[in-house]
Ligand binder design. Structure first.
Ligand code: NCD
Length: 309
């Protein structure tokens, strides 16, 4: 496969960036996830296969849904308990860790605080590597489940979608924006000052013909859009905590704002949320974020079957 974000050749079946897929490959994978969701799959499809979960950053949904996906297909997962408990804490390089773990498992899923870490891991791995988030870079498995969730409510083609929150450090927003450029979506961006979509990504999307419109607040677009994609301020990636406190109370969705929304509007969030969604919104017909996290299992089952079979 060719990575269309970097142009690099990928010799094994790694999944590092959403740009590793073309539109047809995404659609086929989502169709497969749909079949799996309808219980149409072989429970022993990955029997005897082992997935190594290497998470160098906190995770609940991504890690547990990969492990659940593996178990539902008859495979097993292994991991080190915590980073403090593994040899990285003794100064081992990522390259060495990956060389070693490749010998213990049939695939590796990795989350790391440094952008580019998953691609580096893929260079040293003899088994497929799946990027479960590399710093402020990419999060392709999240994007696939985001697209799957949108597709459950409406065709993705040509939608108007607002990405809200920390678009600078939010890797889920980066991957999703890229994928949506394959579906002629119109992107509305709403972010605090300094947390806008990185200029290089915005330029790449524009070069792919994507229309991107910046707004100052959600109220400007609430009646126009088909989907809202809320994100958390990525506090851990801020150089200092003072700048975090300046922005954390902005960009919040409330039932009052939703009064002007289209009936079919859906609200997505990769979770965890902090304070960007008023809890009263959970009861509204627009909220989809808990279904979205549940969709992580069938989508990751389809991904694991793709790299392991
Ligand atoms: C996201 C991540 O890790 O990038 N979480 C997830 O995988 N669902 C979003 C976040 O941490 O804000």
């Amino acid at each position: 496969m060719i990575d269309s974000i970097t142009g690099g050749e990928l010799p094994t079946r790694h999944i590092i960036s959403i740009g590793d897929f073309d539109r047809n490959e995404i659609d086929r994978l989502l169709d497969h996830a749909g079949q799996i969701d309808n219980k149409n799959y072989d429970e022993n499809a990955l029997r005897g296969k082992i997935l190594a979960a290497l998470f160098f950053e906190p995770s609940t949904r991504t890690r547990m849904s990969f492990e659940s996906a593996m178990a539902r297909l008859g495979g097993t997962s292994l991991s080190v308990g915590s980073i403090e408990a593994c040899s990285m804490a003794k100064g081992e390089t990522l390259a060495d860790t990956i060389r070693v773990v490749s010998g213990y498992a049939d695939a590796i899923v990795i989350r790391h605080p440094k952008e580019g870490a998953a691609r580096l891991a893929a260079e040293f791995s003899t088994v497929p590597v799946i990027n479960a988030g590399d710093g402020a870079g990419q999060h392709p498995s999240q994007t696939l489940l985001d697209l799957y969730t949108i597709r459950q409510s409406m065709p993705i083609d040509g939608i108007d979608i607002a990405l809200i929150g920390d678009l600078r450090y939010g890797r889920t927003a980066h991957s999703l924006a890229f994928a949506l450029s394959l579906y002629n979506a119109r992107l509305h961006t709403i972010s605090p000052k300094g947390l806008e979509l990185p200029a290089t990504l915005a330029a790449e999307l524009a070069g792919r013909g994507m229309e991107i419109i910046e707004h100052d607040d959600i109220g400007e677009v609430i009646s126009e859009v088909d989907a809202l994609y809320m994100t958390r301020i990525q506090r851990e990636r801020f150089p200092d905590s003072a700048s975090y406190f300046n922005v954390s109370s902005n960009y919040r969705i409330t039932p009052e704002l939703l009064a002007r929304a289209k009936r079919h509007l859906i609200i997505l969030h990769p979770l965890p949320r902090v304070d960007e969604i008023d809890p009263r919104v959970d009861e509204s017909s627009h909220a989809r974020y808990f279904e979205q996290s549940r969709n992580g299992v069938p989508v990751r089952m389809a991904m694991l079957m793709q790299v392991l079979q």
